[in-house]
Design a protein around this ligand. Structure first.
Ligand SMILES: Nc1ncnc2c1ncn2[C@@H]1O[C@H](COP(=O)(O)OP(=O)(O)O)[C@@H](O)[C@H]1O
Ligand SMILES: [Mg+2]
Length: 265
């Protein structure tokens, strides 16, 4: 198993009363597979994603349980251990690429970041070649030109492709995509989902795809975890969740998909 989350709980302790935002969550993701996490806003999806990516700030929260990546426990691992994984074996892409990109640095420099950290022996030329390769992989036209641009010179869809390129540059085993298409137009959303699908097929990158959009999850994922108020409500194959949902909450979520989308997907 590539990723095993066991009884993951996350509590904020920044107020008088602790707030539990993830409660004893269990889930598994096999190498090369695509798992979806769905649930309305505030259900704990991003907190789960951040915990797996090793990005939770530790001082004002308490975590319990285990996050095993290829058998190694990461939830309570040392920072040095986490850094070996971040951007290397495990990468994350967020909803709003503009806030993840540095506005005053050229795209190429930013895409190469994980190489500078994890492949220190690579020469400048090798890094450049790899950056162009990965910008090409995410289907950006004229990658040499994109390489020299600044974030504000690109469209939202192009910026999200750049973020995916940065995340893929070290060929991670796990890509976490937290609402990667939510800020984009519907047509661009579909393009990004197709891109993730292709990258998964060609590079065998496992993907944890987080979304409140069930129609996109249905297209992309083979298994689904439904979350609500920090709890896992239901889990199963995409087929099971869509055609034979067991829990009322899941049924409600499915009913909320607009009719037109049901026909299209
Ligand atoms: N700094 C914080 N302090 C207290 N609660 C927080 C903080 N950040 C997020 N939360 C709460 O954690 C819960 C889960 O948030 P999140 O994982 O971002 O949900 P989702 O991604 O599913 O929309 C929400 O109820 C949110 O209000
Ligand atoms: Mg979120």
């Amino acid at each position: 198993m590539l990723l095993e989350v066991k009884k993951l709980s996350i509590e904020f302790h920044d107020h008088d009363v602790p707030e539990r935002v993830v409660n004893k969550l269990d889930m598994e993701l096999e190498a090369g597979d695509i798992l979806g996490i769905v649930g309305e806003s505030g259900s704990g999806k991003s907190m789960t994603a951040m915990a797996i990516a090793g990005l939770l700030r530790r001082h004002d929260m308490k975590t319990e349980g285990e996050i095993l990546f290829e058998g190694e426990e990461l939830l309570h691992a040392k920072r040095d251990t986490l850094r070996q994984y971040q951007g290397n074996d495990i990468s994350i892409v967020f909803q709003e690429p503009m806030t993840s990109l540095n506005p005053v640095k050229r795209i190429g420099w930013q895409v190469e970041e994980s190489l500078r950290i994890h492949r220190p022996d690579m020469s400048k030329d090798e890094r450049y070649r790899r950056a162009i390769e990965v910008l090409t992989d995410v289907e950006l036209e004229n990658p040499e030109i994109v390489y020299k641009k600044y974030p504000h010179e690109l469209s939202g869809g192009m910026r999200q492709r750049v973020m995916i390129a940065s995340a893929m540059i070290c060929e991670p085993k796990l890509l976490i995509a937290d609402e990667p298409t939510t800020a984009l137009d519907v047509t661009i959303q579909l393009q990004i989902v197709k891109l993730l699908q292709r990258l998964n097929r060609e590079k065998h990158t496992a993907i944890l795809f987080i979304s409140h959009d069930l129609s996109l999850v249905k297209r992309l994922c083979s298994k689904i975890v439904v979350m609500h108020n920090g709890n896992m409500v239901e889990t199963g194959t995409t087929e099971e969740i869509f055609h034979n949902p067991k829990m009322d909450y899941t049924k409600e979520l499915l009913r909320a998909i607009p009719r037109l989308e049901k026909i299209v997907f």
